[in-house]
Each structure stands twice: as C-alpha cells, then as structure tokens.
Design a protein around this ligand. Structure first.
Ligand code: PEP
Ligand code: MG
Length: 844
C-alpha cells in the first residue's frame, strides 16, 4: 500500500505528506492542516493537478491503489482549486454504493438510511456523470429501483455496480468539467491563469445517516455580511453534506435560539467541541473558517473547512480583529484587504443578494448606488431637492452649469461620455453614483422620456436605482446596504498610514470636497480646480461681463468684483485644511464654457449683460473653436488674458495672509495648467511673483508659496528638465496627458472604447487604467529629466488615475512624492500605497 503514497497522481493526506496548494489545491492543503491539528478528519486522498489532467485527457490512474488507500468504504469526491472563486464541479457523495453494500448497510444502519444513501448517489451520478436530465431524477418519493430503472432506460446500460468503475467515472466527469470551455472562460474572467489546475479530494464518507445521533451541519464564527463575531450555521439530524442549510427542512439552530431547537441544547458536548474547534482553526489557520461537520453515531467528524465567504466590510473587520487578537500581524491584515474592495465600504451599495431588474447599462463611472425619480434638467433636480425629493439627473452629457444640479441629485446618468468626461470626474469628486456612456438609451427632451433600445420607455418622475459600481440602471427601488466607515475601517487605514511611504492628497474643488478629503485623512489638497468656483449664478454673470469687456482695463475692473469672492473661497479652504498644503490650479477651461449655447441662451445673455443680441452672438462666435480642448485654454489663457491669473494669484495670497492671521499659516501652492513650453512658465511666474510682492507690501505680512506646473502635454514631459528649473513641483495631469498622448478625445472615446477593448486594440480604457507603456514612459522620462535638472523638485500625479493601485505602484517606483485623487479614492490610495511599501513594490 505504501508504494502509492509517493506517486505524483495521488497521495494520502497525512500530517507529513508533501502537499502544496500549487500542486494539490487549497482544499487538500487545508485538510492536511486540520489533520495536523488532530481534528477528526475521515481518511482522505488528494489527487494532484497533474493526475487530474491525465484523467481529463483519457489516461488511467491506478484506481485500485487509490481505493486501497481509502479502504472498503463509501467515498465522496470534492474539488480542490488553487483559488476558491474559480468555479468548478460540485461534490459527489456516497460513491461505492451498490446492491451488495445496500444489503449489508441495511443491516447495520437500517433500510431507510441505506436507501437514502443509494438514492442520493444515483441521482447525483445520473446528473453529474451521465449528464441526464435532473428533472427525471428529482422525485423525492422514487425508490432505488425506480431510479436505477430510469437510469437504464435513458442510457441503455445498467447502473454501474463496481465501486472502482463508479469512482473512475466520477473523477473523469469532474476532470472534464474543469477543462470545458465554459468553465475555463468563467475562471479566466475571475483572474485564473490559462493553465489553472484542478485537484480532487477523495474522502471516506462520514455518513450522517442511520444510528440515532447522526446528521450533518455547517458552522462559522462570524457573520459573513458584517464580520461581527457570531456563531452562525445549522445542523440537521439524518442528513448529509450541506442539507442543513436548505430552507424549510427542519434544521436545528446551532446556539440557543428563541425561534426553535438548537444543537447547543440537543448535544451540548458536541456543540462545545465545535466551539473549541472554531478557536483552534482561527489561531492555527489564522483565518475565520466555515467548518463542515457530521455527527456519526454521536461522534463528531470534520469533513472540510473553507475560508468564510464574506463581504468586503466583513473582510475588513475580520482582518483587523485577527490582528488585534495577535493571530496575524498588522501588515498581514493590511495585505488581506484589496484596496479597491474598500470602495464597497465608502458608499451605499445595491444588496447583491436581492433580485435586480437591470433595464440599462453603461460605464461604471462613479461607485455607489441610489434610488431617485428621473429628471432631465439641473433646474428640476434643484427644485426637487427643495421639496426633499431624491432625483437621478439624466443628461446627454453634463456641462459645467449642471454642477449645482448634480449636487442636488442623488445620482447621474448620461448617454455619452467616458471615465474622464465631465459627469464622471465631478461625480467621483463628490461621491455621487454615476453611469456614463449608456448608449442603449435615447433621451427625448420634449416628451421628457428615455427610450431604451429594447423599446421600454421611462418617463420623468419614474423611480430608478442607479448602480455606479456596476454601471447598471435598475427599474424601481432596489435594496441598498449602508456604508461601513466603522472603527475597523479607521483602524486598518491608520495601520496603512504607518506602513506607507508615498503621500496621498485629494483633488478638491469645493469646501464639501475638502471636508471629505480631510475626513478621509488626505495630507492636503493636490488639485483645486478653480473654475468650479465660478459656476455659481452670481459669479457666472461677472465672468461673462469679463469676457464681454472691451479693454484690459475694463476687464480688470470687472475682475476686481470677483476678487473678494475668490479670496473668501480660499480663506475658507485654507482654514479648513489647517496648514496642510493646498495646491490651487489657475483657470484651465476655454472661456466659451462660461457662455450659453442656443438662441434662447444668447438672448438671455444679451439681456442680462445689457448688450445687443448681435454683439453677444458675435462674441460667442469669436470664442468658438474647432478643437477647444487643444485651443485657448490653460496657460494660453493666462498669457493672452493675464488679468485672470493675476486676480486669482492675488486672491490666493490675500487669503493666505488672512488665514495666517487667525490660524496656522498656510503654504499655498499655485499650479499652472497645460504648459508645453518653458517660456510660458517664465511669463506666468514673473507675474505671479510680482503679485506676491505687491500683497506682501500692502499687507506688511510675509508668506511663502510654491509655484509649479501641471504636466499634461507630451511636450512638457519631454522638456521637463527646462520646465523644472522654474517650478518647485511637477504634477502630472494624466487625463489630458492620456488624451494628448493617444490623440483621443476624453469626452468622445466612450463611443467606441468598448469595441476597442473587445478587439484587443487597447487592453483597457486608458482613461480608466493608466497606460504604463505609453503614457507611463512619458511620466518616467519627465520624472527623470525633471529630477536631473532640479534634484528637489516635488513629483506628483493628480489625474483620475492617481487613485488606482497600479498607478500608485508605478509612481512609487519612480520616486514620486505624492498622489492626489478624488476624495472618495483617498482610503483606497492609502491602502494601496501601504501594500506597495510592505511588499517592496510587488504588492496588491
Ligand atoms: C488632468 O488633465 O489630468 C487633470 C487633472 O485636469 P482636468 O481633468 O481638470 O483636465
Ligand atoms: Mg487637465
């Protein structure tokens, strides 16, 4: 018998057997650990990945030798994968049952129990091995003879009697199921490599049937949804496998329960033994385990243990609890939580266990879920907010003047756009669930309806649920789970902060954003897009007057009226951030974004500004560009209309003086957008320095500030050496940099991105996932050249990619000082940075 132990195809699972998850799968390894803990595990043999591959290809293994190892008994076969969510075949129990055994067992455990064992086996074999229609074998009242007859009628051969043949067939069926195309595609979609192997575990059956106290159950020691310590599970007398978990079968609760009888009352000693096992598994396996057990004639047997299936929030709580109890160390707790999984804790989520009727899908642009009534204009969202009604704002695409409506709505849905279009960026910034690029809908603004491709019509006022985490729209109201920013979440992140070695700031345009950033412990603001401060109605009017001013003097006079408003914005921001760095980006968008479009809008504009309609039309036309994103925007605006940047610089410096008088002196950072040439920086720098000098003079107060460049054009990357000479920091705006590197409009790419990704042209949407090869090379070149020219220049990234674990790993590798992401990505970035630091850059 011993000679088989060393064969590579199968091996008896003993305390000392050479078993690893990479060759025999996780279940085999886990069973070995249970055996090492002296838990009462029935005799088990593990088949290796190589052995199972052999079987799948039609070769034979030494089945008699395998049966010799197990002994003369019924057996079960379960799969043993490397990673538990890679799918695969279901378990088969009671293999080896035949007429002779049935007769013998009728004498030992009784006729009824022997019948039940045989029936279950025939049903399972017929469906899983012979692939017969499950309906034909579903009748619970059918006798063994009926089932055998049904099998013979369908297959034209008698039900196999020989245990060796039965086991061979079961193993072959399971091996082939794993190799099927559908199973392979499913596991590859879940991240399995092409050559992922399957191990199988053959185990002596612990019957759970027959003798008076026999049965089967499942126990775990935490709640899989919340992670709270709590004994959960069921036990059922005269049952096998996971039967106890089925609804309405008269199972016992485990602990004492007012709803009914419990195992604790029924078999207190066995219950106490199970509790001890739970404690032992937790400490020895360093994990919360779900244990599958049977009671065989009053004796407890442990058949299997798996990691408790759990939600992201339960996983955080468990990792922290294990570390706090000294079972694992803090670094391991950090590594046990995937950074992106934290997103599930930050927002409301659609309850995955509830049914969902998806009526439309698009790009998952901003995570979280919300239910509201459909509105088609920002004004309608604002009016509904005043009535305390929740709304979902539906637009073809959003524009800057929709921002207030977006703040008023609980979710946003757009027909057009991609991951970095206006709606997506704003929604992520304010934590609003958002789906963009929902190309399967047509908006009929006149009728106030959405017509979905399948003909369904959704009207204004209809209730929908938006799932921004999945990019889905659900008809009506869906069950939602609340966010879980509890103590465990805070603890885990505080440990992450101790471990990480790259800074994390937030992109925040408003006080509300900044508050969120501070609550999530961002280390300052890495990007404050000032244009968003002008979209308030009163300020918009002043901006428009400025655009319509005929001379620089007139322009300056109008801008003077904006000064106190901007100054107040910055005072509030500096005070809120209490001395942490605040990086203010000077105005970036083309001026036409402040003007209305359409005849009606123009007429209103002319009226409000008291200018003839012809003049208003002429001015708007004069600002129209063929390619506005490549036109008069960013620093070009600052050079062509210098009064704008001057007034912004003044507002920043005066605010710094005021905030410094009342609290911690801020060190403002001024950032110049869309730079492509050194001279641009020189020009703006000399003007900004002059404004600083003037404010110092007028206020009699000294203050310091840092001036830097937002690197968003390929040329700025290539010329980073000369640009760095005039800059204290270089912050990479990877949204525009991606747009310009690919020559791909970030607002239009959504229309064909899916096709491009499906055709394999791009591995992923580069606006979603940083293109490490192309855009990454530019970042690398710029970082190197920038540092060579100025050793202490600060390097940062502030595009939407900055919250992505992969981009964070990249930035850390090339010596970046910090990343700056949407406020709601800050926790993800903190954790991802910790993973990188702990694993030395090989993490996550
Ligand atoms: C960028 O281009 O990466 C950026 C952060 O700026 P914006 O998205 O405002 O263009
Ligand atoms: Mg930009």
């Amino acid at each position: 018998m011993q000679k088989h132990v060393d064969t590579p195809d199968f091996i008896e699972v003993t305390q000392t057997a050479d078993i690893s998850p990479a060759t025999y799968g996780g279940r085999a390894k886990c069973l070995q650990r249970l055996i090492r803990m002296d838990l009462p595990v029935p005799k088990t043999v593990a088949l290796s990945f190589a052995g199972v591959r052999k079987i799948a290809s039609g070769q034979l293994i030494e089945i008699e030798g395998l049966l010799d190892l197990i002994g003369d008994t019924l057996v079960s076969v379960r799969q043993s994968r490397q990673v538990s969510d890679w799918g695969g075949p279901g378990a088969v129990l009671n293999i080896g049952m035949n007429a002779a055994r049935h007769a013998a067992m009728s004498n030992t455990i009784g006729h009824a129990a022997a019948d039940a064992l045989f029936r279950r086996f025939i049903q399972c074999y017929a469906v899983e091995v012979a692939h017969l229609d499950p309906e034909m074998f579903a009748d619970a009242t059918a006798s063994v003879a009926d089932l055998r007859d049904a099998y013979e009628a369908e297959t034209d051969e008698p039900f196999p009697d020989d245990p060796a043949r039965q086991l061979t067939d079961v193993l072959a069926a399971m091996a082939r199921t794993w190799e099927s195309t559908s199973a392979r595609l499913l596991r590859e979609a879940r991240g399995a490599p092409k050559d992922a192997g399957l191990g199988l575990v053959v185990q002596e059956m612990a019957l759970g049937l027959g003798a008076p106290e026999s049965g089967a159950g499942v126990i775990q020691f935490i709640d899989g949804t919340t992670g709270q310590a709590q004994v959960t599970g069921r036990y059922r007398s005269q049952a096998q496998g996971r039967d106890a978990l089925k609804e309405g079968v008269g199972s016992l609760f485990l602990t004492k329960d007012p709803r009914g009888a419990s195992l604790e009352q029924h078999c207190p000693e066995i219950f106490a033994e199970l509790l001890d096992m739970g404690v032992a598994c937790r400490t020895r396996l360093r994990e919360e385990m779900q244990i599958e057990f049977t009671i065989d004639d009053g004796e407890l047997r442990v058949l299997d243990a798996v990691r408790v299936p759990r939600t992201s929030r339960a996983n955080v709580r468990t990792a922290v609890a294990l570390a706090e109890d000294g079972v694992i160390d803090r670094n391991e707790a950090i590594l046990r939580v995937q950074p992106n999984a934290l997103i599930d804790l930050l927002h409301r989520q659609v309850d995955e266990t509830a049914p969902r009727e998806v009526c439309l899908s698009g790009i998952a642009a901003s995570p979280g879920a919300a239910t509201g009534r459909i509105v088609f204009t920002a004004a309608a969202a604002l009016a509904a907010e005043a009535r305390e009604e929740a709304t979902i704002l539906v637009r073809r695409e959003t524009k800057p003047d929709d921002i207030r409506g977006m703040h008023a709505a609980v979710g946003v849905l757009t027909e057009r756009g991609g991951m970095t279009s206006h709606a997506a960026v704003i929604a992520r910034g304010i934590g609003l669930p958002c789906v963009v690029g929902a190309t399967g809908l047509r908006i009929n603004r006149r009728e106030k309806t959405i017509v979905v491709d399948d003909g369904q019509v959704i009207k204004e006022g209809d209730l929908i649920t938006i799932d921004g985490s999945r990019g889905e729209i659900i008809a009506g109201e869906a069950a939602l789970l609340e966010p879980a920013l509890d103590e465990a979440f805070q603890t885990l992140l505080s440990w992450a902060d101790e471990a990480r070695d790259i800074g994390v700031r937030a992109n925040a345009d408003t006080l509300a954003d900044a508050r969120t950033a501070r609550d999530f412990r961002a280390e300052g603001i890495g990007l404050c897009r000032t244009e968003h401060m002008f979209f308030d109605e009163g300020r918009m009017k002043v901006m428009r007057e400025m655009i319509f001013a005929d001379t620089p003097e007139d322009r300056s006079a109008v801008l003077e009226r904006l000064l106190p408003m901007q100054r107040a914005d910055f005072v509030a921001l500096f005070e809120l951030m209490r001395g942490q760095p605040v990086c203010v980006r000077l105005l970036d968008p083309p001026l036409h974004e402040f003007l209305p479009d359409g005849t009606e809008g123009l007429r209103e504009l002319a009226q409000v500004l008291n200018v003839p309609l012809a003049k208003a039309t002429r001015r708007v036309e004069a600002l129209t560009e063929f390619n506005p994103m490549l036109g008069m925007r960013g620093v070009r605006l600052g050079i062509k209309v210098p009064e704008i940047y001057e007034i912004q610089a003044r507002a920043i410096f005066e605010a710094a003086v005021i905030a410094g008088e009342t609290g911690v002196a801020p060190v403002p950072e001024v950032m110049i957008p869309l730079v492509s040439a050194k001279r641009e920086v020189e020009l703006v720098k000399s003007r900004v320095d002059a404004v600083a000098a003037a404010v110092r003079n007028e206020s009699g107060q000294d203050f310091s500030y840092r001036l830097g460049v937002m690197v968003e054009t390929p040329r700025a990357c290539l010329r980073a050496d000369e640009i760095a000479q005039h800059s204290e920091f270089l912050s990479f705006g990877t949204n525009d940099l991606t747009q310009m590197t690919y020559g791909l409009s970030r607002d239009d790419a959504g229309r064909f991105m899916n096709d491009y990704v499906q055709e394999g042209v791009y591995p992923e949407d580069p606006f979603h996932r940083l293109d490490l090869d192309g855009v990454g090379e530019l970042l690398m070149i710029a970082a190197e050249r920038g540092k060579d020219a100025k050793r202490n220049v600060t390097l940062a990234i502030c595009g939407e990619h900055a919250g992505d674990p992969e981009a964070i790993a990249f930035c850390r590798r090339f010596g970046f000082d910090y990343v700056s992401c949407s406020p709601f990505r800050v926790p993800v970035a903190r954790l991802a940075a910790a993973h990188q630091a702990i694993t030395g850059g090989n993490g996550t």
